[in-house]
Design a protein around this ligand. Structure first.
Ligand code: MG
Ligand code: NI
Length: 479
């Protein structure tokens, strides 16, 4: 008789999900799915609002990713109003965003995923958590708390408040940086840069070497990748063209406003999350033997798609990474390494922007006028390419909203990673706590935020299907 293994909840991620693994009569894995068990609805209830309210509304989608939504939304509004914002506004937006990236990436590496590496994938779950990490490397933990505080304070200095910001407005930014604030920011940014270099070295010498076997064997399978690049293929997290790279490395660049020509959204009846796919690569398929249209987003994808990084220390790390793992790298657990390279980049880029005299210009905002238009804004969220697409009527009221979130791009590869790992690690019904955690780690590597990613809203809010061991539906509950 087939058996079902359920991992619920998946811990140390943003939002709520469970993993269901279906075993066949021999105890081998027949199927595996990641079920997302929450529902949002922002695409629907933004309709009918004045479009300039959206940057303040959409940052409430998530308490972890507010800056990504805030800025993608402000950029979509700039496009709707047809304005190019002042240079200082663009620079402050990017600088505040780099501080947010530091805050978010340090959270993920050290607090959400760190326990798997610092304590070990098979460590007792009683210590495989942030408290265990603090006990084992207290001096590192102290610096992690300090740097997250600094990053949060920098966003507050530049934006008035750190969580659910309202400072980016259609046409620019509502608050110039004073020279006193700039001096304070420079000191904080330098401390963050010092830490990011330490974190990279710490991971390369004390963390990754112990797990290279897992990195090279768990959930390694080819996928495409998406990320944002500027002219010359240079990595950027705030602005640029989108680059969609095929599993073999060929790529196409296009402006974010043309995303619908390249990205389709597949729907499965068992998930509230859509499954975006590269529609020029053929029909969508998550079949591990014959995948089609599958690409990943988030740090590893960005590190794969960019030709180079524009800051020296992160570029040196990129070169080392490529010499060890190639381009594109398809190892799911390498997301962590890629995330640390981006942490170095974010700190370097922040330092560079703060050194630019243009950043203290008081000229940070243009007046805007409502019009009927469609506008697309995108940024690289810490969790992957984030696209906001708005349409307004002549009074500037919102008629239509489409949002594609970083984690949504990763929906198919997350499901495939879990299935791939489960198939290789569970044989003849044998598994243990370490195996189940390794499977969870393939979800965690993508740093998903399911709070951000669930937007599908139909007639039925929740549907529960009861299935027998062979997978047939024997009962349905709806509300
Ligand atoms: Mg959408
Ligand atoms: Ni989020």
């Amino acid at each position: 008789m087939g058996k079902t293994i359920v991992i619920q909840p998946v811990t140390r991620i943003e939002g709520h999900a469970k993993i269901t693994i279906q075993l066949d009569d021999q105890g081998d894995v027949a199927d595996a799915r990641v079920n997302v068990v929450e529902l949002r609805g922002f695409e629907r209830f933004c309709v009918g609002r004045p479009v300039e309210e959206l940057p303040r509304i959409v940052c409430r989608i998530c308490g972890v990713c507010p800056w990504a939504h805030h800025l993608a939304s402000a950029k979509a509004c700039d496009a709707v109003f047809g304005v190019t914002i002042p240079e200082a506004a663009a620079k402050i937006r990017e600088a505040a965003y780099m501080a947010h990236f530091l805050h978010s990436h340090v959270l993920h590496f050290f607090i959400l995923s760190g326990p798997d590496f610092v304590m070990g994938p098979g460590a007792d779950f009683a210590v495989r958590n942030v408290v265990g990490v603090i006990g084992k490397v207290p001096e590192v933990a102290t610096r992690v708390v300090r740097v997250r505080y600094l990053a949060q304070m920098m966003t507050q200095l530049m934006g008035g408040k750190a969580i659910h910001p309202d400072v980016a407005v259609p046409g620019g930014w509502s608050k110039p940086i004073t020279s006193a604030e700039l001096a304070e920011l420079k000191g904080m940014a330098q401390e963050c840069l010092d830490f990011s270099l330490f974190a990279m070295e710490f991971a390369k010498t004390q963390i990754f070497p112990a797990y290279l076997d897992e990195v090279k064997t768990v959930a390694v399978f080819p996928t495409g990748a998406i990320g944002t690049v500027q002219a010359g293929g240079v990595l950027n997290l705030y602005d640029g063209n989108l680059r969609l790279m095929e599993p073999g490395g060929a790529f196409a660049d296009f402006p974010p406003a043309e995303y619908l020509d390249h990205i389709g959204e597949h729907v499965e009846p068992w998930s509230y999350l859509k499954f975006p796919y590269a529609k020029k690569w053929g029909p969508f398929s998550m079949d591990l033997e014959h995948p089609s249209g599958i690409y990943r987003a988030n740090a590893l994808a960005r590190i794969n798609v960019c030709d180079r990084i524009g800051t020296p220390k992160a570029q040196a790390e990129l070169e080392e990474f490529r010499s060890r793992f190639g381009r594109p790298a398809h190892n799911t657990l390498l997301f962590h390494w890629a995330r640390l390279i981006e942490t170095v980049y974010a700190a370097e880029r922040l330092t560079e922007l703060l050194a630019d005299p243009a950043i203290t210009s008081p000229d940070v905002r243009l007046a805007v006028k409502p019009r009927a238009a469609r506008g697309v804004g995108s940024v690289e969220a810490p969790r992957g390419t984030l696209i906001h697409d708005y349409e307004t009527d002549a009074d500037g009221m919102v008629k239509n909203v489409n949002i594609i979130v970083g984690t949504t791009h990763n929906n198919a590869p997350i499901n495939m990673s879990v299935k791939h790992a489960a198939k290789s690690l569970i044989k003849k019904g044998n598994y243990d706590e370490r195996v189940l955690n390794l499977i969870e780690m393939t979800v965690r590597a993508h740093d998903p935020c399911f709070s951000c990613a669930t937007h599908r809203l139909g007639e039925v809010a929740v549907r529960i299907e009861i299935r027998n061991p062979s997978g047939e539906i024997v009962g349905v509950l709806e509300n």
